[in-house]
Ligand binder design. Structure first.
Ligand code: NAP
Length: 283
């Protein structure tokens, strides 16, 4: 069997087209959706990420303002800045790019963002809302994964989903979203005793670890859907995921590539969340 590809680039493109239409509708009502991105310090990867986020927003007709601050900015100054953005009615979404410099308490900074503007979905209120099934912003990466499953018309009811990774931004919210769709969910992590025994039972595997070849062909049930969240570099320095793509695609029914899979969907879901924030602000 050769798995069918879930094309994140194509799906993200269609999500962006939907976002453009939603933005136009808002502008017709006199609302310009506006995302504030806060970058503290000079982390090279963060600089690339924020550049993409600004470009994506602008290409979709959203306004994005990038606020850059030096690495020695104090936490108190950053909290004041976030407060000012919270009370600014012209700002609908606030994103603080992580990681923050080590002298700052990232969770405290995230908690300072108004939940109504928490478009990254990292605030404890957003996590709690997802947990209890109330409206709130869902973290972009797992939400993008769910959209990928929806795009192939996959019915999760009664299926066994195995999520590898239990981070607050990917693994745990992913598990909650799958549970919300009536899948039976197993969450694995670095202390899981026999990962292969669990993944072999899975109808859906989401790998969110950050290590190459965490999931190999011998660990996958024939026909399973495999979503690869990981972002790693191979020996040649090329971007690759957590999944041994060439091997697993011989066994799986569906698979996401890296690059061109979850990454573009994460970016698209940020636009969707920003629009959602702007729409809610008009209600
Ligand atoms: P993280 O916070 O480092 O979490 C990694 C998780 O993997 C942890 O729960 C860890 O377990 C688990 N783990 C480590 N080794 C394992 C093993 N051998 N077997 C099973 N589980 C293992 O990472 P993250 O932020 O969730 O990100 C995960 C990956 O996704 C990274 O490569 C990241 O770059 C990528 N990512 C991609 C996107 C995208 O848009 N494509 C977005 C976000 C993240 P413990 O909890 O026991 O330590």
């Amino acid at each position: 069997m050769t798995a069918q590809l879930i094309d994140g680039n194509a799906l993200a493109k269609s999500m962006r087209e939907g976002a453009i239409a939603r933005g136009e509708k808002l502008r017709a009502q006199g609302v310009q959706p506006h995302l504030a991105i806060v970058l503290v310090g000079e982390d090279p990867a963060s600089q690339v990420y924020v550049k993409h986020k600004v470009a994506d927003s602008e290409q979709t007709g959203l306004r994005a303002t990038l606020e850059r601050y030096p690495a020695d900015m104090s936490e108190a100054e950053l909290l004041l800045r976030i407060h000012a953005l919270n009370v600014d009615n012209g700002i609908h979404g606030i994103l603080v790019q992580l990681p923050l410099p080590s002298h700052m308490d990232s969770q405290k900074v995230i908690e300072a963002i108004s939940p109504a503007k928490d478009v990254d979905g990292f605030h404890v209120s957003s996590a709690g809302a997802l947990m209890v099934g109330r409206p709130g912003f869902w973290p972009c990466t797992p939400h993008g994964c769910l959209k990928m499953l929806d795009s192939i018309g996959y019915d999760l009811r009664g299926k066994h989903a195995v999520v590898i990774g239990r981070s607050n931004i990917v693994g745990k919210p992913m598990a909650m979203m799958l549970l919300g769709r009536d899948a039976t969910v197993t969450i694995c992590h670095s202390r899981t005793a026999d990962l292969k025994a669990l993944t072999l039972q899975a109808d859906v595997v989401v790998a969110a670890v950050g290590k190459r070849n965490v999931l190999t062909a011998d660990m996958v049930k024939p026909g399973a859907v495999v979503i690869d969240v990981g972002m790693n570099r191979n020996d040649e320095g090329k971007l690759c995921g957590d999944v041994d793509f060439d091997g697993v695609k011989q066994v799986a029914g569906w698979i996401t590539p890296v690059p061109g899979g979850v990454g573009p969907m994460t970016r698209a879901m940020l636009l969707v969340n920003t629009l959602e924030a702007a729409e809610r602000a008009t209600r």
